[in-house]
Design a protein around this ligand. Structure first.
Ligand code: ADP
Length: 312
C-alpha cells in the first residue's frame, strides 16, 4: 500500500461573504469545513484511484477527531500518532473576488514527539509499501525529521516521494544523509531551490538545472509546470511531458494529485513512461474539479491518452 504522511494537518474552513468589513461583526451563512493538508489530498486522490492507501502523521484534540471522522466518511484508512495538543484550523475568507487567509501555526512539538513519531512511522516500513511525505512541518520540528524518515525507509528499500518546499527541501537535499527517491517541485519551488528564474518554456534551461549535482542521487525529479505539464529527470534521462488543454475549474491541489498519481503508478509497477503519464493525468483531472484534491476516475483514460512524453 501507499502511506501518505501529513505532519501538520488542519481543518480548513472557508467562509463565503459578499462583503468583508474589518472591525465589524461579519455573519457567515456559507461555511465549509474539510480535512486539509497536502498529504490528505494525496491520500484522497490515491483512494479515488482505487489504490490502497493509509494516511498518517500527527493529530490531536477535537480538530484531530474531526479530521479522522472525515477520513472515515470518505473510506480512507488512517493511523495517526495522537497528541494532546489541538490540531490547527486554516481559515479562508472568500469575499468580493478576494481570498483572505488566516493560517494557524498549529501545535508545537519537541524531541519527545519526534521520537514517538519516528517509532510510529516504523510500523509502515514493510516491503512493498511506498511512502509519500507532503507539506510543511509543525513548529519545533526541523528538516531532520524528514531526513530521519527517509533514512529509515531507505534502510528497508522502501521508496519515498517527498513533496515539500523552501528551507526544509533545501536542508533535506543538502544534508546528503538520506535522499528521497522522488521530489516534485513546481517551477517556482525549483527556482527558489536553485536561486534561478527559469520559465516553463525554457526546456534547455530546465535540463541544465536538473543536471545540478544536488539531484544526482535522486531517481526522479518531477518539475510540474502548471498548464504546461512537467519536465522530468529520471536517472540520467530527461523528458518533457505535455498535457491536453482542458476547462480548468480549480487547480489548487493539482500538485498533490500529481504526487498521488506518481505513487499509485509506481505501486502498480507501471513503466517509466506510464508513471509520468498517470501523474500528469491526475494533475489535470484535479484541475477540472471544484473540490481540492479530487479526481473523477471516469475521465482518466480520456486524459491519459492525450498526455505526450518526449525524451529530450
Ligand atoms: P502545484 O499545484 O504543486 O503548484 P502545478 O501548478 O505545477 O503544481 O500543477 C501540477 C499539475 O497539475 C500540472 O503538472 C498539470 O498536470 C496539472 N495542472 C495544473 N494546472 C493546470 C492547468 N491550468 N491546466 C491543466 N492542468 C493543470
Amino acid at each position: 500500500m501507499i502511506v501518505s504522511v501529513t505532519m501538520n494537518p488542519s481543518v480548513d474552513i472557508s467562509y463565503h461573504l459578499d462583503e468583508f468589513i474589518l472591525n465589524e461583526v461579519n455573519r457567515v451563512a456559507h461555511v465549509s469545513k474539510t480535512a486539509g493538508g497536502k498529504g490528505l489530498n494525496v491520500a484522497r486522490v490515491i483512494h479515488l484511484l482505487d489504490v490502497p492507501v493509509t494516511a498518517t502523521g500527527i493529530l490531536g484534540g477535537t480538530l484531530g477527531t474531526f479530521i479522522e471522522n472525515q477520513l472515515d466518511r470518505d473510506g480512507i484508512a488512517h493511523d495517526f500518532l495522537k497528541t494532546n495538543q489541538e490540531s490547527r484550523n486554516c481559515i479562508a475568507i472568500l469575499h468580493e473576488g478576494k481570498q483572505t487567509e488566516i493560517l494557524e501555526a498549529g501545535p508545537h512539538f519537541s524531541t519527545k514527539e519526534k521520537n514517538e513519531f519516528l517509532t510510529h512511522f516504523g510500523k509502515f516500513l514493510k516491503a512493498g509499501n511506498i511512502i509519500t511525505i507532503s507539506g510543511s512541518l509543525p513548529r519545533g520540528f526541523d528538516a531532520s525529521v524528514y531526513t530521519e524518515m527517509i533514512r529509515l525507509a531507505s534502510e528497508q528499500q522502501i521508496p519515498v516521494l517527498l513533496d515539500c518546499s523552501g528551507k526544509v527541501l533545501e536542508q533535506v537535499l543538502k544534508a546528503k544523509k538520506a535522499m528521497p527517491d522522488l521530489i516534485k517541485p513546481n517551477i517556482d519551488e525549483l527556482n527558489q531551490l536553485l536561486g534561478k528564474k527559469l520559465h516553463a518554456e525554457n526546456l534547455d534551461g530546465l535540463k541544465t538545472a536538473l543536471a545540478d549535482p544536488l539531484f544526482a542521487d535522486i531517481e526522479w525529479v518531477v518539475v510540474s509546470l502548471g498548464a504546461k505539464g512537467a519536465f522530468v529527470k529520471h536517472n540520467d534521462t530527461y523528458f518533457q511531458v505535455k498535457i491536453p488543454s482542458v476547462q480548468v475549474v480549480n487547480p489548487v491541489g493539482s500538485g498533490d494529485s500529481v504526487v498521488a498519481g506518481l505513487a499509485a503508478a509506481m505501486l502498480q509497477g507501471k513503466s517509466v513512461e506510464d508513471i509520468m503519464k498517470t501523474a500528469m493525468t491526475t494533475g489535470v483531472l484535479n484541475a477540472m474539479e471544484t473540490q481540492t484534491g479530487y479526481v473523477n476516475k471516469a475521465k482518466f483514460d480520456l486524459i491519459f491518452q492525450q498526455v505526450e512524453v518526449i525524451e529530450m
